[in-house]
Ligand binder design. Sequence first.
Ligand code: NI
Length: 198
Amino acid sequence: MSRILYIALAAVVFVGAMIGGKAFFLDDRSNIRKTGTANIGGPFQLTDHTGKAVTDQDYAGKYMLVYFGYTFCPDVCPTSLSIMGEALSLLEPAQLDKVVPIFITVDPERDTPEVLAGYVPNFHEKMVGLSGSLKNTKAVAKAYKVFYAKANQDDPDGNYTMDHASTTYLIGPDGQYVAHFSHGSSVKMLVDKLAEVL
Ligand code: NI
């Protein structure tokens, strides 16, 4: 009898712990999501590929599809930007009107507005190429939590490369994070998500 009572008591304690644990877990999750969304993206001061000084406010009211990279990138950037361009070309005109595709260079020493002007239209006619001072580049990458660093700096011809994160961010018209696409996301994944929110 006392053994049955003990088992019953243990079961009550166990179920209680499960419910308590689950509620605790859900709270934790929602907190992480809230903090995460608020922490990606933010203000920036850069120059577009036409030479015009721009800030994030110039794109307020539009969705921004943001990718960080550099034009000398041998394959990662062209692949990601091609996927972005292809996805954009599959949107309805009304959807396309709501989104600004943005390429931000992490290599502003080589990627001047002129260089970007010869690069971004290869991927989509609407694509904007942004560059800035080293300080402002660092600031915008930090805001988007994008890692980058110069590599192969001992190359005899001075042809250094850049290590950089390869994530595409979707930012809402209010400047808030909406979604991100990790490297290797397909055209369909982008189109599906864009069609869902636009
Ligand atoms: Ni790249």
